[in-house]
Design a protein around this ligand. Sequence first.
Ligand SMILES: Nc1ncnc2c1ncn2[C@@H]1O[C@H](COP(=O)(O)OP(=O)(O)OP(=O)(O)O)[C@@H](O)[C@H]1O
Ligand SMILES: [Mg+2]
Length: 248
Amino acid sequence: MGHTIAICGKGGTGKTTISSLLIGWLIKNKRGKILAVDADPNSNLALNLGFKPTANIGEMLDEVSKNPAMIPRGMSKPEYIEYRIQTEMVEADSFDVLVMGRPEGPGCYCYVNNLLRDIVKRLVSSYDYIVIDNEAGLEHLSRRTMRSADLVLIISDDTSVGLRSAKRIDDLIKELDIKAKKSFLVLNRSDNNSVTKELKDLGIEYLDSIPVDKEILELSIKGKPLTELSEGSAALKSIERICKRLWQ
Ligand SMILES: Nc1ncnc2c1ncn2[C@@H]1O[C@H](COP(=O)(O)OP(=O)(O)OP(=O)(O)O)[C@@H](O)[C@H]1O
Ligand SMILES: [Mg+2]
């Protein structure tokens, strides 16, 4: 049975960056079959991993809504979409990418998110690790995908506003009826020494921190994938430490 890791946190804290780097580590260390799930409607996880996503659930849903006759007899709409997603999902040698995307129609997010959750639930047994990059905050959409997580990493900067927001997310996770065995705080763009006291007062389990990395900024400006980070990258070193702590 696969390990499901959900990455969440407030907007712009580094969820997609950290998801990509964790996935990169799992691939490099040959940790089996990996599914990368982009559960943010403004998706960019695939691009960070160096792929141009070909299919996403939102677009497929629009296509099927416009042309319902394409659903084979005896198949329900969700079954058909799930079948299409599984056959058209971006596939690389050691990992697959599943993208939620955004449907055009109003009020479709819940539907597309439910589909995503159901597909992930069914796929769990086919992968060793599933890494879910969530949308910002802990909106009702992310809460649903979060339910199946074994491990939740809450990403924050080290400002007091950021930390309070991380704490709210942690409280929500604990309130939710989720199976999450563990949730941890990861500080990004941070030199953690400055907030040791705040962390103690906050009562949230702190895992590690990742420093500002100029290389990440440069790649981001050029629109290049994080797979091009050099071995010497400061963030990669922290990711290495985090992954070893979690999985070795
Ligand atoms: N450790 C870091 N050092 C330097 N730049 C970083 C670091 N982490 C993230 N960034 C940059 O910060 C920006 C936001 O990061 P990212 O997209 O990963 O955040 P996010 O939480 O996924 O945002 P959103 O809430 O919009 O999905 C990106 O341009 C990224 O390259
Ligand atoms: Mg993101």
